[in-house]
Design a protein around this ligand. Structure first.
Ligand code: ATP
Length: 213
């Protein structure tokens, strides 16, 4: 499903990964951990084509990431970072935004679809009318997750998405993202999150190394 083959990643002449490999099957839940600055977030960014590879290749469902395929690959992946940019004035507009584009036009979610999802993510209906600039980092993360779920995305790259959440909200997010149909590549230091993942991968000596889950 997601394959990093022999990848080399460099930022400003600093080598983060050097010929590293990782293959993630459909439905797997993978967490990457390692010391601060070792390149965990950079690994997620390179899967999105947001950080160029110095060598090797990334494939999603067999489709190799390149300038020609990056838009298609990004359309299939949900990326949720620590402070997602929602790109709209209000939360309601943020949730509807992807459905104004050609690929999803006509499939805009109704309140009957949105409200139960918000409830499952421990968000009140009132948040829909709030300006995005006035909601917290943890709320933004959950709105970004809700938007990806409304788009029926099943591949998630999640970078420390529970760090700003209280235990109940964290459990709610985990319930959504650890569903069997979702393929998850994540970065987390949270023992509960790591404990739920079926694979733990470390970045050691610029390699991606399987650790005991
Ligand atoms: N755009 C950039 N320009 C310059 N250096 C960068 C850039 N992005 C990342 N780096 C550097 O690359 C290294 C890896 O960064 P990255 O964010 O991937 O680490 P991380 O393992 O996720 O760290 P943390 O656990 O602290 O979030 C760091 O030394 C960082 O300073």
């Amino acid at each position: 499903m997601i394959e990093f083959k022999n990848i080399t990643l460099k930022v400003h002449r600093q080598t983060l990964l050097d010929g590293a490999n990782l293959c993630i099957a459909k439905g797997e839940k993978v967490v990457v951990r390692g010391t601060s600055g070792c390149g965990k977030s950079s690994l997620l960014k390179c899967a999105l084509g947001a950080l160029p590879l110095a060598g090797g290749s990334v494939r999603l469902d067999g489709l190799e990431l390149s300038a020609a395929t990056v838009a298609e690959i990004r359309a299939r992946i949900a990326f949720v970072g620590q402070e997602p940019v929602l790109g709209a004035e209000s939360v309601r507009e943020a949730l509807q935004l992807p459905f104004t584009f050609k690929a999803h036009r006509g499939n805009a979610p109704t309140d009957e679809q949105i409200l139960p999802l918000l409830e499952r993510l421990h968000l009140s209906a009132a948040i829909l009318e709030k300006p995005c600039k006035h909601i917290s980092g943890g709320e933004k993360q959950r709105i970004a997750i809700a938007r990806a779920l409304l788009l029926n995305k099943t591949v998630f790259l999640a970078d420390e998405v529970t760090s700003a959440l209280d235990p109940a909200s964290k459990a709610a997010v985990m319930e959504e993202l650890f569903r069997p149909e979702i393929t998850l590549l994540s970065v987390s230091h949270d023992p509960d999150w790591i404990g739920q993942c079926n694979r733990v991968v470390g970045i050691v000596n610029h390699q991606l190394t399987e650790e005991n889950a």
